[in-house]
Design a protein around this ligand. Structure first.
Ligand code: XIL
Length: 385
C-alpha cells in the first residue's frame, strides 16, 4: 500500500473526527501518517496574516534581508501585505553591524527600518549578544580587561541609533546550552568566559538605558518539545529568567525561536502550555520569534509535507496563542524562496524545502492557512503591544 493511499486510509479509519494534538500525543503517534486526511485547513475570509493578527491585537511578521527588499519587488510586496512586524535576518548581528571595533555599519538595517516605517510595521532588533556571527576582530581583540567596555559600547551605540524606533530587541540570544555542563546551564561563550554570568544582566541594563521604550527580550531555541533536552532547556531558561527578575534586571519578554521538527514528534500541548504559564507568571511577555520547521525527514510528496507542516504549526500555535502573554508570532522568513533551512537543513532527497507560509512563487500554502487559523481562533488582546 503506497504511503499516500495509507494516509487517506488512515484518515478514513479515524472516521470524521479530528485527531487533536493532545490525542496524538496521548496515542504517541509519531508517524507522519498521523495527520488524518479528513483534517482540513480551511480559512474564512480574505484577510491577510497582518490583518488577522491586528484584529486580535497581535503581531505577525517575518525575518528578511535588506537585499531581498531591494532586488525582489514581488517578495517585498508580500512582506508588506502579510507582516506588521519584521526582523533583520543578519543586518544587526555583530559581523554585519560592527565590521571593526570602531566602525558601525547601520545602512543595511536602516533600509529595513525605513521599509517598515513606510508600511506601518514594527521592527525587532536581532541580536545584541550572541556567540555566533562574531567578526574576526572579536576573537583577536576581546579579553577580560576590555570585554565589558566593548560589549557596553556595542549595545549602547546600536540601541541608541534605533532608540524609539525598535519594538523589541533580542538582547541576549541562545545563552543556555545544557550540553556545556554548567549547573546554571550557561553556554561557554566568549562573553561568559570574559565577563562571567553577569554579562547577561549588564547587556539588559545597557539596552534599557539606551532605549527605555524597547521590549527587552531573552531569545532561545529548544523549548518546544517534551524530550530530555527540551525539559532541561525549559528548566534552565526558567531558572535564568527567575534569577534575572529577582536581580531586578530590566527584562520584559522571552523569545521562543520555535524551530520545529518533522511532525512535532514530541510536542506535548499540556506541558508546553504549563511552561508558557510559568514564564507569564514571572510578569514576562512571550514572542514566538523564529517559527519554521526542519522537514528533511518528511516524505518527498509535497501534498503530504504541506499538510504535515500545517498541522504542526496549527497544533503549536493553538497552544502558544492560548497563553495571553504571547504577543507576537514571527516566522523565520515568509517565503520558501528565502529560507535558511535550504542550506542549514537541506532535504536528503534534494527536493526544495517548504517550511514557510508562502511558496517560492509567493503563493499561500497550508502553512499560511495554519497561521491564519491560529490567529482567528485565539482571544483578543487588549492592544497591539
Ligand atoms: C541564521 C540565519 O538565518 C542564517 O542565514 C545564518 O547563516 C545563521 O543564522 N537562531 C537565530 C538566528 O537566532 O539568528 C539564526 O539565523 C537561526 C537560528
Amino acid at each position: 500500500m503506497k504511503r499516500r493511499t495509507f494516509v487517506l486510509g488512515a484518515g478514513a479509519f479515524t472516521g470524521m473526527g479530528i485527531v487533536t494534538a493532545s490525542e496524538r500525543w496521548q496515542s504517541k503517534q509519531t508517524s507522519v501518517s498521523a495527520i488524518p486526511a479528513t483534517r482540513n485547513f480551511t480559512v474564512s475570509g480574505k484577510a491577510t496574516l497582518r490583518q488577522r493578527a491586528a484584529t486580535k491585537g497581535l503581531l505577525y511578521g517575518a525575518a528578511l534581508q535588506s537585499k531581498q527588499l531591494e532586488t525582489d519587488s514581488v517578495f517585498s510586496r508580500a512582506i508588506a501585505q502579510e507582516c506588521n512586524i519584521i526582523v533583520p535576518e543578519f543586518e544587526l548581528k555583530w559581523r554585519t553591524v560592527r565590521p571593526s571595533p570602531s566602525v558601525y555599519h547601520f545602512a543595511p538595517a536602516d533600509k529595513l527600518l525605513s521599509f517598515a516605517h513606510a508600511h506601518n510595521m514594527k521592527t525587532r532588533g536581532h541580536t545584541l549578544v550572541w556567540h555566533e556571527d562574531l567578526p574576526s576582530w572579536v576573537d583577536s581583540a576581546l579579553n577580560s580587561l576590555n570585554a565589558k567596555q566593548i560589549l557596553t559600547d556595542h549595545i549602547s551605540t546600536v540601541v541608541k541609533h534605533y532608540a524609539g524606533k525598535m519594538h523589541s530587541w533580542d538582547v541576549v540570544n541562545e545563552a543556555i546550552e545544557p550540553k556545556d555542563g554548567r549547573s546554571d546551564g550557561l553556554r561557554n561563550s566568549p562573553w561568559l568566559t570574559m565577563l562571567g554570568p553577569e554579562y547577561i544582566d549588564l547587556a539588559f541594563r545597557v539596552a534599557a538605558e539606551s532605549d527605555p521604550k524597547a521590549v527587552l527580550t531573552y531569545n532561545d531555541f529548544g523549548m518546544d518539545y517534551d524530550t530530555p533536552f527540551g525539559r532541561k532547556k525549559r528548566m534552565l531558561v526558567l531558572n535564568l529568567l527567575h534569577q534575572l527578575k529577582a536581580n531586578g534586571t530590566p527584562i520584559h519578554a522571552l523569545g521562543i525561536q520555535a524551530h520545529l521538527h518533522r511532525d512535532n514528534p514530541n510536542f506535548n500541548p499540556d506541558s508546553f502550555s504549563t511552561f508558557l504559564q510559568e514564564v507569564a507568571d514571572l510578569g514576562l511577555k512571550i514572542m514566538i520569534t523564529e517559527l519554521d520547521l526542519t522537514e528533511k525527514k518528511l516524505p518527498t510528496d509535497t501534498t503530504l509535507r504541506d499538510r504535515t507542516i500545517a498541522a504542526a504549526y496549527e497544533d503549536y500555535l493553538t497552544v502558544a496563542l492560548s497563553q495571553p502573554a504571547v504577543i507576537a508570532v514571527l516566522t523565520w522568513g515568509l517565503s520558501d524562496r528565502y529560507t535558511w533551512l535550504s542550506t542549514a537543513e537541506p532535504r536528503t532527497d534534494g527536493a526544495p524545502v517548504r517550511p514557510l507560509p508562502l511558496d517560492a512563487q509567493m503563493k499561500r500554502k497550508l502553512a499560511w492557512n495554519a497561521i491564519a487559523r491560529s490567529l482567528d481562533k485565539t482571544t483578543q488582546r487588549s492592544m497591539i503591544p
